[in-house]
Each structure stands twice: as structure tokens, then as C-alpha cells.
Design a protein around this ligand. Structure first.
Ligand code: ZN
Length: 343
């Protein structure tokens, strides 16, 4: 009998020690230094696991074998580092989802006396608030327009896009839709920007014409109304989608319409500024800013432009755009026009 009691007691102790009595009591936010504190009561340090979802900027901390008070619940913070906190209570654990603003760095530590879990926040020394998508037109199996000496549009578009990335990076986060000779679908390009909630989309192309005399720079923004000329350029750039069997889905179209009016004003502004400054700086013909129905611009939820940086079929345009010096100038002008809109 005594032996059985001892065995029972042993099991009770085992169970108690496995279901450690740890409770998340509350959460606090401090301003200086910026941190989030989760106060913990219990007889032992909780085991926890941290995961960070970079795309959605959500930090997930799961505390195992841990309960939480009923007052430990979802909170809207709207602070400079944390937007909100969501709490999920699972069977044997508590999950805490912390939604960050842009550019938040964190470090996590567990402290005793008093027992607490602390997230320290900081930022890059120079905060980059906005994200720009740089889209080098065409690529891979789609060469785009072909000009003198079989030069391909896709190659110059990529070179200038790479320079543009460098020029923009001083002030913006930059994501490229491609950074080598690969094929990206027309809907895939804006979707890269939509997924990360990017602030502006810029697509780099070279124009082409049957007449080698036609030259100069055009900048396009998305519009449902388009001139005959703008329509022709858009038809060529959009033809990739049809050629490679791509359909635009309904949701993309509907979302595009919602964002349409909000973005149009910004896009027109940047397009007009750019075509003027670009043509002056590079000594090229100013062909103006036009509204057109470009698939890459239509699919993006924010404002954007498509720059036809010059004609691949015109020798004076191409002579310039072949040179690194002019590729850099082109990139600088595009970056400047975008920056003007944000700062
Ligand atoms: Zn193109």
C-alpha cells in the first residue's frame, strides 16, 4: 500500500513538473529605450520559439506550457515600432503575434527578477520609409524590341534598371522584378510589389519604330483613356502576355480599378516631371508623358510609371544608351523624379 502511494506521488510530481505553472500576466511598451515587455509569473523560465515573417513584418513568439491572464489579449498600439499585437491561446501554449511597422529591428531576451520577456526595438541609422519596385522590361525568352545589330531591348532595360536600383537605394528600399536575364510574367511583376506593399512601381523599356528616324524619351502612366500612339506602345509591351499564354485574373482587374484614381495623380506628376528633366539632361527629344493601358502598371496597387528611355531603332538614342555614362544619367533622372514625389 505504501509502495503504491509512493508511486502515485512520483507520478503527481512528474505531471506537476511537466505542466509548469507559468502565466503571461501583461504587456507593456516603453519609449526609452523602445521596447515591449511581457511580464511573466511562474516557477520556471518558459520555453519559447520566435519566428519572423519578413514579408508581412510579423513576429510570432510562442510560449510553450504557458497560460495567460484573460487581460492578456489583442491590443492596438499604433506606435512607431509596433502596429498591433494579437494573442492566440492554444491548448498548451500562448502565441503572441507582433505586427511591426517598416524597418524595425528587434532583439529578444528573457530576464529574471522580475521575470519578463523583452523585445528591444531599433532602426537602421537612416530610415528608409518607402519601397520602390524597379522592373526591367522583358527578359529571358522575351527579348522585347530588337534594334540595330540585333541589340535586344531586354539587355539595355536591365542595365539601366540596375543603375536605377543603385541611384534609388540612397533614399529607398528597392526590389527588382528581375536582376538577370530571366522571364517574368506581366502579372508577376506588379504582384512582386503588391505582396510587399511597395509604394511605387517603375518599369524600364526601350521604344522601337519602323522608321529609324523616330527618337526620344516617353514616359507613361496607367490610364484607361489613351491616345492612338500610347495605345500602340502599350499593345506592343502587353503582347508578351498573349504570346506566352497569360490571362489577367478578375481580382487583379477589380483591385486595379479601386486604386486607379488615387494613383493616377501621383503617376502623372512623376511622369511629366521626368520626361522634361530626362530629355534635357540626356539631350534627347521630349516626346511627352502619356496615359496608356499597360498591363504592368494596371496590375500594381500603387502609383507607377513606365519609361521608354529612348529608341533602340534610332542610332543617336542607342549610341547614348549603350554607354554606361548615359545609363547612369538616365537612372539618376528617373530616381530624382521619383524622389521628388516622396520627399
Ligand atoms: Zn518593352
Amino acid at each position: 500500500m505504501r509502495k503504491i502511494n509512493l508511486i502515485l506521488l512520483f507520478f503527481v510530481i512528474m505531471i506537476l513538473s511537466f505542466s509548469a505553472d507559468i502565466t503571461l500576466k501583461g504587456m507593456r511598451f516603453n519609449g526609452n529605450p523602445p521596447q515591449m515587455v511581457i511580464d511573466v509569473v511562474g516557477n520556471t523560465k518558459p520555453k519559447y520559439k520566435i519566428n519572423y515573417d519578413e514579408l508581412n513584418r510579423v513576429l510570432f513568439v510562442e510560449f510553450f506550457n504557458t497560460k495567460s491572464l484573460s487581460t492578456f489579449k489583442n491590443r492596438v498600439i499604433n506606435g512607431s515600432y509596433v502596429k498591433k499585437v494579437e494573442v492566440r491561446k492554444y491548448k498548451n501554449s500562448t502565441g503572441v503575434f507582433i505586427f511591426f511597422n517598416r524597418n524595425v529591428k528587434y532583439s529578444a531576451k528573457y530576464w529574471s527578477n522580475p521575470t519578463r520577456f523583452v523585445l528591444d526595438f531599433n532602426r537602421n541609422s537612416r530610415e528608409k520609409e518607402y519601397t520602390i519596385i524597379v522592373d526591367a522590361g522583358h527578359g529571358g525568352k522575351d527579348p522585347g524590341a530588337t534594334g540595330f545589330n540585333k541589340y535586344h531591348e531586354k539587355d539595355f532595360a536591365l542595365k539601366i534598371a540596375k543603375q536605377l536600383k543603385i541611384a534609388l537605394e540612397k533614399d529607398f528600399n528597392v526590389v527588382m522584378t528581375r536582376n538577370n536575364d530571366t522571364f517574368v510574367t506581366l502579372s508577376g511583376r506588379p504582384n512582386i510589389g503588391n505582396k510587399i506593399n511597395a509604394d511605387f512601381f517603375v518599369s524600364v523599356h526601350l521604344n522601337a519604330n519602323n522608321s529609324s528616324k523616330v527618337k526620344g524619351v516617353d514616359v507613361f502612366y496607367f490610364s484607361r483613356k489613351e491616345s492612338n500612339y500610347a495605345k500602340k506602345v502599350a499593345e506592343f509591351e502587353n503582347s508578351v502576355g498573349n504570346k506566352f499564354g497569360e490571362n489577367v485574373d478578375e481580382i487583379t482587374l477589380i483591385m486595379g480599378q479601386i486604386y486607379y484614381s488615387r494613383n493616377k495623380e501621383i503617376s502623372i506628376n512623376v511622369a511629366q516631371n521626368l520626361v522634361n528633366s530626362y530629355s534635357k539632361r540626356l539631350g534627347m527629344t521630349n516626346r511627352g508623358a502619356h496615359g496608356a493601358n499597360f498591363a504592368v502598371l494596371r496590375g500594381f496597387n500603387g502609383p507607377g510609371i513606365l519609361v521608354e528611355v529612348g529608341f533602340i531603332t534610332n542610332s543617336s538614342d542607342l549610341t547614348k544608351l549603350k554607354q554606361t555614362k548615359y545609363q547612369k544619367l538616365a537612372a539618376e533622372e528617373i530616381a530624382k523624379a521619383i524622389k521628388k514625389n516622396f520627399y
